[in-house]
Design a protein around this ligand. Structure first.
Ligand SMILES: [Zn+2]
Length: 115
């Protein structure tokens, strides 16, 4: 499963950050996940619980903030937040646009830990 390897690298990155902060135990990790990141949220949550075993993150929770796709239309100079990932069109003029300005993110936004 693709999400399991993602979960492992996520745990590795968070673990290193926690180490540098002299954390004894990580309690929660918050992740920002774009609709185009290619990651299935439920699968990642499931994989996370496996990946944290025997690490500094054991017992911690993963919180996922889902980000919708935002596209930019150069004709109207506007941004459109898409409802899904099927229609990449500008809200104003209806033109298709492929200029994605949000939606591919997969980044850790915060760590909660005890020192
Ligand atoms: Zn437009």
């Amino acid at each position: 499963m693709h999400e399991l390897s993602i979960a492992h690298s996520l745990v590795e990155i968070a673990g290193e950050a926690a180490c540098q902060a002299n954390a004894k135990q990580v309690e929660a990790v918050t992740l920002r996940l774009g609709a185009l990141s290619g990651v299935v949220k439920d699968a990642l949550l499931f994989s996370y619980d496996i990946a944290i075993e025997n690490t500094l993150l054991a017992g911690s929770r993963l919180y996922i903030e889902e980000l919708p796709v935002v596209v930019y239309c150069p004709d109207c100079d506007t941004q459109t937040t898409l409802d899904g990932v099927q229609r990449f069109r500008c809200d104003q003029c209806g033109q298709p646009t492929a200029q994605i300005i949000q939606g591919k993110e997969m980044e850790i936004v915060s760590l909660e830990y005890t020192e």
